[in-house]
Design a protein around this ligand. Structure first.
Ligand SMILES: Cc1cc2nc3c(=O)[nH]c(=O)nc-3n(C[C@H](O)[C@H](O)[C@H](O)COP(=O)(O)OP(=O)(O)OC[C@H]3O[C@@H](n4cnc5c(N)ncnc54)[C@H](O)[C@@H]3O)c2cc1C
Length: 459
């Protein structure tokens, strides 16, 4: 008799775990998801008018050879290989990303403030370690860049003060600075855009990001994938999972990819519920908009645009039709945009009505004027969007995750593990793979316990 493993959630983590079990020849598992579709936050939706929508742009940048091989197996000729061309839209101008390397595009007085801030930190390097993310921003970028981009952008995205966040998650995610390079870029009027791990990336030719996860789910025998079925309770003592269709399933190991706060609630264990409730998160609304015009020329060289200003509600906008002609019925006639809006997790858990605000925002920042009466809109919302790396996050996780593991419950993935720095699709899938390897073979996991090692290069 083999151990019975239940997997809760058919997003990248749950599907990654299921696929690993099949690779290892372990037949006794079932995957459950409350949604009628697979892919979780990385799913795509084809609407009745033939537009394809993702829940924000999903750039598949991989830290793992295993993930690369799997993508290749799943969609052998199915990817476009694209170059990141991201920008910051502020002060009615486009600044190429990374912002600090391209401040020559700012109005002169703001450019000077940014340079003064950089010179100040170079001449008087900080003598103490940053206490929090805001300190880190000021110490690394100086006051000018903090004021003109880093602070407003991060407030808008995370919906809390950066002084309440840690900076342990940064790793390869935020580009740091080189003053000489910045001065050279100003003097020689260079655009310096090649920074970073996702400088080039691949994107599915058809079906959006969700095409990857639909393909992976096809490998799972139908009797082992139960959609439209939500976990509603866990009897941790008898190792029984309870579902909303009334079924009760015994398990030896439970791999849960649902938000950790909700998982703790379902165990009914008071200490876990109390401790996990200290974790913060954002709601994310993604408003898809498709005007009946081809993509304006000025946006044709832009893969996505960060928008720190209060003039628009979204923190990022993506001309989604640029990623594949398959995203709109006819690219000669239509284009499409994804506008991402954050709200704090403490806000009511229901999608707010932000469509008019988003369309006004696109106009206010000078991107595109869309007539609300004729635009095609596709509105998406997730209660759990970003797991916020608060100052006490790791302490909470160090209490809650091992306590759950003591009950043979492995909480993994974007909101299962709650570590933003390892919450992308590749990390999530590998958290599922590594959890299975640990359960079956006793192998140590790497991704969740040591994000900095994983993010330091490809393994
Ligand atoms: C705005 C945004 C932008 C992103 N951009 C990128 C990017 O550029 N690149 C990248 O690699 N990644 C990106 N991601 C992250 C990517 O979406 C995640 O890495 C991935 O979806 C996480 O997979 P997961 O399986 O851990 O969780 P999820 O995708 O959240 O899946 C969890 C699943 O659990 C199910 N579930 C929840 N509760 C229950 C229950 N009670 N019973 C049964 N099932 C339940 C849900 O329905 C869901 O399907 C982005 C995410 C967001 C929100």
């Amino acid at each position: 008799m083999t151990d019975r493993i239940l997997i809760i959630g058919a997003g990248p983590t749950g599907l990654g775990a299921a696929n690993r079990l099949m690779e290892k020849g372990h037949p006794d598992f079932v995957v459950y998801d409350r949604n009628p579709y697979v892919g979780g936050l990385a799913a795509s939706f084809r609407d009745a008018r033939g537009f394809t929508w993702d829940f924000a742009i999903h750039v598949a940048h991989s830290h793992y050879h295993y993930f690369d091989r799997l993508m290749q197996d799943l969609l052998p000729d199915g990817f476009f290989h694209l170059e990141r061309r991201s920008w910051v839209r502020t002060y009615n101008t486009f600044v190429p990303y990374p912002f600090q390397n391209n401040i020559r595009h700012l109005p002169p007085q703001y450019r000077q403030e940014c340079l003064d801030g950089l010179r100040e930190i170079k001449s008087r390097p900080p003598s103490s370690r940053p206490r929090h993310f805001e300190d880190w921003i000021l110490q690394v970028f100086g006051k000018g860049i903090a004021r003109h981009f880093m602070l407003p952008y991060n407030r808008k995205t995370w919906q809390i003060e950066p002084s309440k966040m840690g900076y342990q998650w940064i790793g390869d995610r935020v580009p740091t600075v080189d003053l000489d390079r910045i001065l050279r870029n100003i003097e020689q009027e260079l655009d310096d855009v090649s920074w970073g791990p996702n400088h080039t990336f691949q994107f599915p030719r058809q079906g959006g990001t969700g095409a990857i996860w639909e393909k992976l789910a096809e490998r799972i025998p139908p009797d082992k994938l139960k959609l439209n079925t939500a976990l509603t309770g866990i009897d941790t003592r008898n190792r029984v999972a309870v579902f909303d269709d009334g079924t009760r399933q015994k398990y030896d190991h439970l791999i849960s990819t649902i938000p950790l706060i909700r998982l703790a609630e379902l165990t009914g264990v008071a200490d876990l519920i109390r401790r996990a409730s200290g974790l913060l998160y954002t709601h994310v609304q993604v408003i898809g908009v498709a005007p009946h015009v081809p993509l304006p020329e000025a946006l044709q060289d832009k893969t996505w645009i960060y928008t720190p200003e209060a003039k628009c509600p979204f923190y990022r906008v993506t001309p989604f039709s640029i990623f594949s002609p398959d995203h709109v019925p006819d690219p000669e006639q239509y284009c499409s945009f994804l506008c991402e809006i954050s709200d704090p997790g403490t806000a009511p858990a229901a999608p707010p009505d932000r469509i008019t605000e988003a369309l006004d925002g696109l106009k206010n920042i000078g991107l595109i004027h869309i007539d609300p009466n004729t635009a095609h809109v596709y509105n998406m919302w997730a209660e759990f969007g970003y797991p916020v790396p608060t100052l006490d996050r790791d302490e909470i996780l160090d209490d809650v995750l091992p306590a759950l593991e003591g009950m043979n419950i492995y909480s993994r993935g974007r909101f299962g593990g709650w570590k933003y720095e390892v919450a992308n699709m590749d990390h999530s899938l590998m958290q599922g793979v590594e959890a299975v390897d640990r359960i079956l073979d006793g192998t140590d996991e790497i991704t969740l316990p040591t994000p900095n090692i994983v993010n330091a290069g490809k393994r």
